[in-house]
Design a protein around this ligand. Structure first.
Ligand SMILES: Nc1ncnc2c1ncn2[C@@H]1O[C@H](COP(=O)(O)OP(=O)(O)OP(=O)(O)O)[C@@H](O)[C@H]1O
Ligand SMILES: [Mg+2]
Length: 473
C-alpha cells in the first residue's frame, strides 16, 4: 500500500481533489466549516463576518487577486463571491475557483438591478445567487443547504472508498460478520472440487456466490455453465443436461451436446435444484455418483469432469419430509452448505449496497447523483426487503432514473413501514395496509395461520398466497 505524504495530491472518485493530506484532514475535521467571502466593499465584508462567524470560520478577501490567493492556500466549504470586483469580473473568478476545485460550492452576491450575470454564473456552476441588499436568513439558509450537500458528498465518498478497501469481495458487497464469513468460506472452498449447496431467499445473491466460487477455483479458465432447472420444462431438462443423439425422439433432428459436456473441466451451476422432478433427481444422482453421462438415445456413457454447484430458495429438508426431494440426492449435493442471509438480517450492509448501486447506475445512466438524503438511508435500513438485494438494486435504479436533483430524497418502496412509505399509488398503499394488518393478526394468533384466516374471513390458502405475494413467508 502506498502511504500518502503531505505533499501528495489526493483524488477521491474524481470528485473531490485535495492538494495534500493536511488539506483533506482539514476538510474532514474542522469543527467550523470555512467560508471564503470575496467582496470589495469593506462595510459589506464586516457585515458578512458578523453574520456568519457564529457558525463558520470566515475568511475575508477584498479583491479577486486576494480571494484567489487565499482560496489556493486552504480548503473551503463554500465561497461567497461578489460579481462586481475592481480587478476581475466575478464570472472569471468563478471559473478559476471551479478549475482549482470543481466541487466547491459558490454563492453569488449580486446587485438587485443586475441579475443577468448572476444567472449566467449559476449556469456556469454556481450554487445559487442572492441579491443585495440580501436578507440575512436567506444567506444563512443557502449556506446551510450547501453544508448539507457537502456532508452528503462526504458520506458518499466514505461509502465508496471504504467499499473498495474492505467491504467487497468479487462482485459481492458485505460488511457484516455473516457476509465476511461467507467470503472466507468461498476463499477456502473455491480451489477444491467439492459440491456446494447455496441456499437463501430469492435475490440474496446465490448466483453471484456461485460465480465467485468458480472464479476462485482452478477451473476459472474453463466454462461456468448455468442451468435453471425451474425455467425448463421437465421433458426438455434431461436433453438440456445430458444432450441427445440425432433421431433420439421426434424432433431431435440433430445431435445436441448437453450442459454437462459443455461444462467439462469447468463448473456446472444447477440453479433452482429444488424444482427438479423426482425422475430427473434420480437421473442426476446416478450421474453424480458415476461421473458419467449418457446422451438420450446414445449408446455409451461419456466420462465428464464437472464441478457441481447447486442453489435453491426452497427448504430442501422440508421438501424431503414432504416427499418432494430425494434425501440421497440432498446428501450428495449438500457437501458444503452456504446459507445466504435475507437482506433484513444484515441491514447494516444496506448503506454500502445502496452506495455501490448508486455508483453503478450513475455510470450506466450517465448521471452524477451525489448521495442520499439521510432520511432515505434510514428508510432503506428499516424496510423489510421481501425481494432482498435484487429489490434494493431495482429501487436504487428507479430512484436514480427519477431523481430530480443531485441528491436522492425520495425512494419508491412498495411495502415500507413506519410512515416511510412514499409511493402514492392506491395499489401500493393497499398492499402496505394489507401487509401490516395481516402481520398484526398473525401476531394476535401467535403465527397460527388457520386462526388468522378465520379472523380475516378468508380461506387459509388465500392467506398463504397473500403472504407469499406480500413477502411475509
Ligand atoms: N452481496 C451482493 N452485493 C452486490 N450485489 C448483489 C449482492 N447480492 C445480490 N446482488 C445483486 O442482486 C441481484 C440478485 O442476485 P442473484 O441473482 O445472485 O440472487 P439469487 O439468490 O440467485 O436470486 P434468485 O433466487 O431469485 O435466483 C443481482 O443483480 C446481483 O448482482
Ligand atoms: Mg438465482
Amino acid at each position: 500500500m502506498k502511504l500518502l505524504s503531505v505533499f501528495d495530491d489526493i483524488h477521491i472518485e474524481g470528485r473531490v481533489t485535495f492538494r495534500n493530506l493536511k488539506k483533506m484532514e482539514e476538510f474532514m475535521n474542522t469543527e467550523k466549516p470555512a467560508i471564503l467571502v470575496i467582496e470589495d466593499e469593506q462595510c459589506m465584508l464586516y457585515a458578512y463576518k458578523a453574520l456568519l462567524e457564529d457558525s463558520y470560520r470566515v475568511v475575508l478577501a477584498s479583491s479577486a487577486k486576494d480571494g484567489l490567493a487565499k482560496y489556493k492556500e486552504s480548503t473551503y466549504s463554500a465561497v461567497v463571491l461578489d460579481l462586481k470586483l475592481p480587478d476581475m469580473h466575478g464570472l472569471k473568478v468563478l471559473e478559476k475557483i471551479k478549475s482549482i476545485e470543481p466541487t466547491v460550492e459558490v454563492i453569488i452576491a449580486t446587485a438587485s438591478d443586475d441579475t443577468r450575470d448572476a444567472v449566467q454564473a449559476v449556469k456556469a456552476g454556481a450554487f445559487e445567487y442572492i441579491t443585495k441588499p440580501f436578507d440575512a436568513d436567506e444567506l444563512l439558509l443557502t449556506l446551510e443547504r450547501v453544508m448539507q450537500k457537502n456532508s452528503l458528498v462526504r458520506e458518499n465518498i466514505y461509502l465508496r472508498t471504504t467499499l473498495d478497501e474492505q467491504h467487497s469481495y468479487e462482485d459481492l458487497i458485505g460488511t457484516t460478520p455473516v457476509m465476511q464469513n461467507i467470503f472466507s468460506a468461498i476463499e477456502n472452498i473455491g480451489p477444491t472440487n467439492s459440491t456446494v449447496l447455496i441456499t437463501g431467499e430469492s435475490g440474496t445473491g446465490k448466483e453471484l456466490v456461485a460465480h465467485a466460487i468458480h472464479n476462485k477455483s482452478l477451473r476459472r479458465k474453463r466454462p461456468f455453465v448455468i442451468i435453471n432447472c425451474a425455467a425448463i420444462p421437465e421433458n426438455l431438462l434431461e436433453s438440456e443436461l445430458f444432450g441427445h443423439e440425432r433421431g433420439a425422439f421426434t424432433g431431435a433432428i440433430e445431435r445436441k451436446i448437453g450442459k454437462f459436456e459443455i461444462a467439462d473441466r469447468g463448473t456446472l451451476f444447477l440453479d433452482e435444484i429444488g424444482c427438479m422432478s423426482p425422475s430427473m433427481q434420480a437421473k442426476l444422482l446416478r450421474v453424480l455418483e458415476s461421473g458419467k453421462i449418457e446422451r438420450i438415445g446414445g449408446e455409451k456413457p461419456i466420462e465428464t469432469d464437472v464441478r457441481i454447484l447447486a442453489a435453491t430458495n426452497l427448504d430442501l429438508e422440508k421438501a424431503i419430509k414432504e416427499g418432494d426431494f430425494r434425501s440421497d440426492l440432498y446428501y450428495r449435493i449438500n457437501v458444503i452448505p452456504i446459507r445466504l442471509p435475507a437482506l433484513k438480517e444484515r441491514s447494516e450492509d444496506i448503506p454500502y449496497l445502496a452506495g455501490y448501486f448508486l455508483n453503478k447506475f450513475n455510470l450506466e445512466l450517465k448521471k452524477d447523483i451525489k448521495g442520499f438524503d439521510p432520511k432515505v438511508l434510514e428508510a432503506l435500513k428499516k424496510y423489510v426487503w421481501p425481494g432482498n438485494v435484487r429489490e434494493l438494486k431495482n429501487v436504487i435504479e428507479r430512484a436514480v432514473v427519477l431523481a430530480e436533483s443531485d441528491v436522492i430524497s425520495k425512494i419508491p418502496l412498495r411495502f415500507a413501514l413506519d410512515g416511510c412509505f412514499i409511493s402514492k399509488s392506491l395499489r401500493d398503499s393497499r398492499a402496505v395496509f394489507e401487509r401490516n394488518h395481516i402481520l398484526d393478526i398473525l401476531k394476535l394468533t401467535d403465527g397460527n395461520q388457520s386462526k388468522a384466516a378465520k379472523i380475516l374471513e378468508i380461506h387459509r390458502t388465500t392467506l398463504i398466497a397473500k403472504m407469499e405475494q406480500l413477502g411475509l413467508r
